[in-house]
Design a binder for this molecule. Structure first.
Ligand SMILES: [Zn+2]
Length: 182
């Protein structure tokens, strides 16, 4: 077995997600697995949870990083999985937000961030999702290699190839408390 990390997908404002959006999420899950397999890491689970539009209220559209942080405080799925909150809109130029590294205790509250928030941005989601999970597992942004998964900006057109992870990055993520070692 490979080192492995489980992920929960939490759809924020479930009724707003179209079939096209769900296909984007599916593609991003597959891209996430392929990206991490490069360094012998398995990202698995992708158990789906939903927050209705009525319950999500303002969270269905994220206006600020503080709001994204509150979102992760207000909802927690028990267990050692990375909670990935999927939102259809995020009002900054970034495609998501995550703590670096994410805490082991997901019941901490604001200003602690206890999950990753990922905006659906079409094909770019194929990088945004694994990038935000990388932050939670302890990886910082990279400012030198545009092919690296952790390059600080995500092209909205999506990647031209599979984003790169280095073995040093894999070794770093192996130390996170949510990583199960074989
Ligand atoms: Zn980043």
């Amino acid at each position: 077995m490979m080192p492995h990390v489980a992920v929960n997908l939490i759809y924020v404002g479930w009724e707003n997600f179209t079939d096209t959006d769900k296909a984007v999420v599916n593609a991003a899950c597959w891209a996430t697995r392929q990206t991490y397999w490069q360094v012998g890491f398995d990202i698995f689970g992708f158990d789906a949870y939903s927050i209705s539009v009525a319950d999500a209220q303002g969270y269905a559209y994220i206006d600020s990083d503080a709001e994204a942080t509150w979102l992760t405080s207000d909802y927690t799925i028990p267990g050692r999985s990375v909670d990935v909150f999927l939102v259809k809109g995020y009002a900054t130029s970034t495609a998501g937000l995550s703590p670096v590294p994410g805490p082991c205790n997901k019941y901490l509250t604001y200003p602690s961030m206890t999950g990753s928030v990922v905006e659906l941005i079409g094909a770019g989601t194929n990088v945004a999702m694994p990038h935000e999970i990388g932050h939670y597992l302890g990886l910082h942004d990279d400012y030198s290699d545009p092919t690296n998964l952790m390059y600080y900006t995500v092209s909205s057109g999506g990647p031209s190839g599979l984003p790169v992870l280095t073995f040093a990055q894999g070794a770093q993520m192996a130390q996170h408390c949510f990583t199960s070692l074989p």
